[in-house]
Ligand binder design. Structure first.
Ligand code: SAM
Length: 505
């Protein structure tokens, strides 16, 4: 006799599962719930839905086994790599520069079979070498004990490698001869895995004071109240200044006013504001983010040596990478050529080298506004806000009609928590160019935070209108050298407009 699941018993099962692990079941997913229930009932020799429901209430282990049949564990190494790169190349160096003691703690929440946590460990190892074992502690947690067992084993088959190139595979895995690859011991040592329900108690496994949480592709099946509950719990775990990264499609669902939504290099993440006062923050000396960087920095000294263009045997190693900018015996390049070289390097994310060329260009031509602007935006990208500010001010002094300089000053002021100054700067940018969508966007964000809803709405509408009218590619390039993903800005504007319309602010 086929087992029947009446409406009422289906509802009971759904409520129990939702209370236990957060999953809700749309019509599509209801089929997988029924299939899992049937499977478990057959294996326990149970005939009716009611008796199985009774068993689930009485037997925690059976409930756990059922939940594990319902989890969706899809994952692979270096999935959605843009955020991982932002984290490793930009956010972590900044955290390290502020850290006085103890490792940076990273949590992969909903880690499935561990690829996400190991990817982070591998990227950090590539950047910081053996030091990374001292600098970072990485933990992966998941409700599904089967996935945690796989993660702990460190053994992976081909599908897990679809996002990883051969070089990285070669550096961090050993073939086992069974069409599987084993994560190297050094990486395995660095990552701990625990079974944990995100709706449960993090203290139980000693997790707290985390600096970065990756919570990606986990919340898709949670209803809004569960999303909010878990997001709040994760936010509580974060240290001040900590960062929470969600999957690209999940970003907006979590803009709940619990953490601050931050845009960086065209990507979005959440940050926990420091409770320090703005005035205190300003008096703290900002360290350069490359503090712990394994990549050599181009120092001012090296730059002046370069600009002097005297043959030297001790020029920095990456001079060759600077397109041979100022090699001994070669003619010195003009400021324009140096700038073009810097722009090319900046576009391939070789920011330090680009900065060196810009310094060289400015040293030769002190009135080269575009060089100041590119320099300021690269400094902004790497969170060297004070230097970005002074460089933009220099550009403004040279050209008081320079829209980009006001934009950068506005973004720096926002970062420093000085929304009044930021607002003024964005108004100045708009005065110079009423079609400056980025200034409309930031103006809207400030008005939104001030709860000036009507004005915020009109600024979001203006930004959207300008973006939708033109080509996105052009819009992204409009504020050269800042690189923005214009589509993401449209999405944010639309989302904020819908919240304003529904009065959900
Ligand atoms: C699709 S995987 C995402 C893996 C990885 N974060 C990524 O982005 O590739 C989602 C994981 O979240 C886990 N998960 C779902 N609900 C959970 C909960 N309440 N507590 C802990 N983990 C949960 C699932 O078991 C599953 O392994």
């Amino acid at each position: 006799m086929p087992v029947l699941f009446h409406e009422q018993s289906r509802t009971l099962f759904k409520e129990l599962i939702q209370r236990t692990c957060g999953f809700s079941f749309s019509q599509d997913r209801e089929k997988s719930l029924i299939a899992a229930l049937k499977k478990r009932m057959a294996s326990r020799g149970i005939q009716t839905a009611d008796s199985y429901y009774g068993l689930l209430l009485a037997d925690q282990n059976e409930l756990k086994v059922l939940v594990e049949l319902l989890t969706v564990n899809e994952t692979y190494f270096l999935r959605e790599p843009e955020h991982l790169t932002l984290m490793v190349d930009t956010l972590i160096p900044e955290l390290l520069s502020r850290r006085r003691c103890g490792p940076i703690r990273i949590l992969s929440a909903g880690c499935s079979t561990g690829e996400e946590a190991y990817s982070v460990a591998m990227l950090l190892r590539d950047r910081y070498g053996e030091e990374s074992e001292r600098l970072f502690s990485i933990t992966g947690v998941d409700i599904d004990s089967n996935t945690i067992a796989t993660a702990r084993s460190g053994l992976y088959g081909k599908p897990s490698f679809r996002g990883m190139d051969k070089g990285m595979m070669g550096r961090h895995f050993e073939p086992t001869g069974l069409a599987e690859f084993l994560v190297n011991a050094a990486i395995r040592r660095q990552v701990r895995f625990e079974v944990l329900n995100l709706l449960g108690n993090f203290n139980a496994i000693g997790i707290g004071c985390v600096d970065i949480i990756l919570y990606r592709n986990v919340s898709i099946y949670f209803p809004h109240d569960v999303q909010e509950k878990i997001f709040t719990a994760l936010a509580d775990l974060l240290n001040e200044g900590g960062i929470l990264i969600v999957g690209a499609t999940e970003t907006l669902h979590h803009d709940l006013g619990i953490l601050t939504l931050v845009e960086r290099n065209g990507l979005f993440y959440y940050s926990k504001p420091a409770t320090q006062l703005f005035s205190e923050r300003r008096s703290v000396k900002r360290h350069e983010p490359a503090h712990y960087s394994s990549k050599p920095e181009v120092t001012e000294k090296a730059v002046s040596r370069l600009t002097a263009a005297t043959p030297s045997t001790s020029l920095p190693q990456h001079r060759s990478a600077m397109n041979g900018a100022e090699q001994p015996g070669k003619p010195t390049r003009s400021p324009k050529e140096l700038f073009d070289g810097a722009l090319e390097l900046a576009r391939s994310n070789r920011h330090e080298e680009a900065l060196a060329l810009l310094e060289a260009a400015i040293a030769v031509d002190h009135s080269f506004v575009k060089a100041y602007l590119l320099k300021a935006s690269l400094l902004l990208d790497s969170a060297r806000y004070d230097r970005a500010k002074t460089t933009s001010e220099a550009a403004c002094a040279l050209d008081p009609l320079c829209r980009e300089a006001y934009l950068i000053l506005g973004i720096v002021a926002r970062h420093n928590g000085d929304d009044n100054d930021a607002f003024k700067r964005f108004r100045e940018a708009l005065y110079l160019d009423p079609a400056c969508w980025l200034a409309h966007f930031y103006t809207a964000e400030i008005l939104y935070a001030r709860q000036e809803h009507k004005r915020a709405r009109s600024s979001y509408e203006k930004a959207t209108e300008i973006l939708e009218k033109g080509s996105l590619a052009e819009a992204e390039k409009a504020f050269f050298p800042l690189s923005f993903n214009a589509q993401q800005f449209i999405t944010i504007c639309r989302h904020k407009l819908s919240l304003l319309k529904e009065g959900r602010t």
